[in-house]
Design a protein around this ligand. Sequence first.
Ligand SMILES: C[S@@+](CC[C@H](N)C(=O)[O-])C[C@H]1O[C@@H](n2cnc3c(N)ncnc32)[C@H](O)[C@@H]1O
Length: 281
Amino acid sequence: MDIGSLRRSFVLELASAGIDRPLHEADLLLCEILRRDRGFLLAHLDETFPPSDLDRAREGLLRRLGREPMAYILGRASFGDLDLRVGPGCLVPRPETEILVETSLSLWSEGPFLDWGTGSGVIALSLLHSRPEAEGFAVEAEPSALRWAWANLKEYGLLSRCVLLHEARLDALSLKEGSLGLVVSNPPYIPTEDLKDLMDDVRLYEPSRALDGGSGGLDPYRGLLPWAARALRPGGFLVVEHGGEAQRKALLEMASPSLENVAQIDDLAGRPRVLAWKRLS
Ligand SMILES: C[S@@+](CC[C@H](N)C(=O)[O-])C[C@H]1O[C@@H](n2cnc3c(N)ncnc32)[C@H](O)[C@@H]1O
């Protein structure tokens, strides 16, 4: 079968299963199997698809039809100009989190950072990649996620500048009070009551520990905000991702008086997404 016919059949199957952007997904899969970019794919539609790769291509398609996230099937996800390894156990990095990283980079200038709930390591990695002198900590409760973070930091040669900590309790972290320049987090913030409404791709495959933020989605912040107020040095920043207006309002009320709110940022869909505070002296 030629590449073009296989591509058309994949697009049709993905579309009839109700998968968004079927052409994009078919191309991602075929490019990965062929180990070529999209330019090559489009220029070689008349060529025979290598018969030895057909089974792998069909297996990938079947996994996607079963709603497994494409990033897990490919074993990779892009984030800005970074390419990360991902798989079961870690959240697939979302484009919204680029706002969290950009906000952090625009505010933070000195002192070590701490990325709480690092998952694939995407935030810590982005900070270290952008700031060649920076050092920090990445904390994660889930051992399988920590392995992805380790693999990604290793691949980018950043392990020497980042201490990975396997810990679920903030009060168990033995960090000196007033020592951090930045605390950044994309914590689990989906309200428990909304988990059932998530798309199957997310609900069935991504770890609930990465999603479930308890009642109202606010549980993780109840510990994080007061802890950060103590761990940050005066002039340091706390930057968090969250979801929506109700959470923004609740978080602004929750923050201690020693934290001054310095940024409230919406995502491209106009939904409140990132908050930042400065630790007062
Ligand atoms: C929304 S995901 C974010 C992952 C990654 N930082 C990102 O932005 O893609 C939240 C992460 O927090 C981790 N997590 C949940 N509870 C935690 C806890 N008590 N301590 C440390 N990490 C926790 C989850 O395992 C998950 O990896």
